[in-house]
Design a protein around this ligand. Sequence first.
Ligand SMILES: [Zn+2]
Length: 255
Amino acid sequence: MIDTHCHLDMLSSEEDILESVDRLDYLLTIGCDKQEIYKAIEFTKKFDNVYASIGYHPYEIGDISEKDIENLAKLYKNNSKVVAIGECGLDFYRDKTPKNLQEKFFRLQIELAKELKLPIVIHSREADADTERILSKYAPFESGGIMHCFGGSLRLMEATLEMGFYISFAGNITYPKADNLREIAKKVPLDRLLLETDSPFLAPQKVRGKPNKPSNIFYTLDFVANLLGISPSELEKNTDENAKRLLKFNNKSVQ
Ligand SMILES: [Zn+2]
């Protein structure tokens, strides 16, 4: 089983990290601010099955410059286990950073991912129309990407699917009020579906209220398999194949 989105540096205990790394085949840890990027890379050095995605979350762009974006390219070139750019995108849920600045750094990171031929991890919250507008300017995404912790509309799902993205669901799909999300998940083709924990956030319903950890992905796997009317092992096979096709673990030679 693969967790395509976790923040290992934010996990509360070393024990949770060790257990998760032990139980999963691969984990993609996300470094999305100035310090976390380096922590994510450190985790890839410590554990064989941990890979990293690096970029700037829309809340973390207040103090970055274009130089920091250029630096992502250097970090990618010097670290064989950096396999994606992000998470980046738009978040209009909280007014933490100005919209125009969010768009500027979103675009720069899209351009970087395209230049490096890397998949891009997208964070979009309360920003469906703008996310679609910006992404459509750069479509198609030949190296693909992930609509992480999908929480948008059916329209955004269909539009980004068309552009080459994979749709990833996190533990919040198991929450009682997430009917809308479940209806959308049923419509994602099996060969474009991914699962993630976004740990330490969004623990699945069965362990809700506790800090989340990557090994909790099995709760989400069981839940979504049941939703789709297939066995957990069949769903796991599909989502793992998708993650490997997209993220190409092992395939990058050190440059
Ligand atoms: Zn995240």
